[in-house]
Design a protein around this ligand. Sequence first.
Ligand SMILES: CC(C)(COP(=O)(O)OP(=O)(O)OC[C@H]1O[C@@H](n2cnc3c(N)ncnc32)[C@H](O)[C@@H]1OP(=O)(O)O)[C@@H](O)C(=O)NCCC(=O)NCCS
Length: 205
Amino acid sequence: MKEVYVIGAGGHAKVIIDTLKNLKWSVVGVVDDHPAKLGTTFEGIRVVGDIPWFHELAQHQTLHAILAIGDNWVRRRVALGLPSVNFVSFVHPRAYVSSTALLGVGTVVMAGAVVQPQVSIGHHVIVNTSASIDHDCVLQDYVHVAPGSHLAGTVLLEQGVFVGIGSSVIPGKCIGAWATVGAGATVIDDIPPDVTVVGTPARAL
Ligand SMILES: CC(C)(COP(=O)(O)OP(=O)(O)OC[C@H]1O[C@@H](n2cnc3c(N)ncnc32)[C@H](O)[C@@H]1OP(=O)(O)O)[C@@H](O)C(=O)NCCC(=O)NCCS
């Protein structure tokens, strides 16, 4: 049985822990920086320490962990601050990932999600509940595709892009680094970096 720490004790961590239990992995502890959470239990698992403590521990032993942090920028910061940790990836047993898709380190594919052929997904990406990523898409590091969102084929999401719940992107479009697509949007044009777009068709806020 694989032993893994979960970093983060918020709502996204509940889904991560539930998925790890489904996969029959053993969650040995939760790590969280909030002082009030230390020593408490979260989803039946003890909050064993904060991130500096975990960083120190990882200098002396081989540790496996998963980042349960939904915010892309915070997830990036924590990942870069823990260079000695072995981050694991997982696919929920009720997700579909094509055998020709590539998943990076620390990437998670949640229940009901579909990842089609020749998709390339970077590190610490979240493909959330019932999202679909069609053929030949590229998702760079720290992307989050929220529940029920759909990418048509050959879409490029650059680093740190957040696609809000229930959004769609038509084929071949590129969403620039750290852009945000609001809930329920329909993206029919390329989106520049760092911009927030909403609506159908999606337009800058
Ligand atoms: C797009 C988003 C990031 C904007 O957040 P924000 O910067 O706090 O924006 P505000 O709530 O202040 O709204 C600003 C304006 O945009 C509009 N707006 C916000 N989100 C919108 C959306 N998804 N679609 C259409 N209009 C939207 C608001 O009605 C408001 O319009 P107004 O100025 O005419 O009143 C946010 O509303 C959103 O959609 N987040 C997605 C969250 C999500 O999917 N989470 C999943 C977690 S797993």
